[in-house]
Write a protein that binds this ligand. Structure first.
Ligand SMILES: [Zn+2]
Length: 170
């Protein structure tokens, strides 16, 4: 099962950081550090390093992704044979990919490699700088009150309300 810990403090991440092809058998998150255990070694590494790597790695992967801007706030990402749809909102770069969904569910916020690709296209290198820019240019609101259909309203899933029932809307 995926948690925020296994997402960031992963064996794969440790191998990439240490520049090892194999030989890392365990990564354990401690209160302030991460213990990395390999065949012939065990060492402590900083959490900061793993967190930075988590972001850097996605930014690196983003460079190989083709981003097509479909409209002001809608994007298509092509990664090999896979295609994902993204939407730039005031506070997020939403994506239809698995990584985005997992990050959102475990960490609570998410930027996938496709999201970094979109951020690059828009001229930003991080979500925080993008959000800061959106805040300071309210006239450039991206998707609110535009003609876009509201894609996700996570809290409005009350099935007990028979709204609009019996009325056909043409
Ligand atoms: Zn994605």
């Amino acid at each position: 099962m995926t948690t925020s810990n296994t997402l960031v403090y992963s064996i794969e991440a440790a191998k990439r950081i240490l520049n090892l092809k194999s030989g890392v058998s365990k990564v354990v998150e401690w209160a302030w550090v991460v213990l990395v255990v390999g065949k012939n070694f065990s060492k402590f590494m900083s959490k900061k390093l793993f967190k930075k790597h988590f972001v850097d790695h996605k930014k690196e992967q983003a460079k190989t992704i083709e981003i097509v801007q479909d409209s002001r706030s809608q994007f298509t990402a092509k990664s090999g044979t896979k295609v994902y749809q993204l939407e730039a909102t005031q506070t997020a770069i939403r994506c239809t990919c698995e990584d985005y969904r997992i990050q959102l569910g475990t960490i609570g916020q998410a930027v996938c490699k496709h999201g970094y690709g979109v951020l690059n296209t828009l001229g930003f290198d991080s979500l925080s700088s993008y959000i800061a820019d959106r805040k300071h240019s309210p006239q450039a609101q991206v998707s609110r009150a535009s003609s876009m259909p509201q894609v996700s309203i996570p809290n409005s899933r009350s099935s007990s309300e028979p709204r609009k029932k019996g009325r056909s809307v043409d």
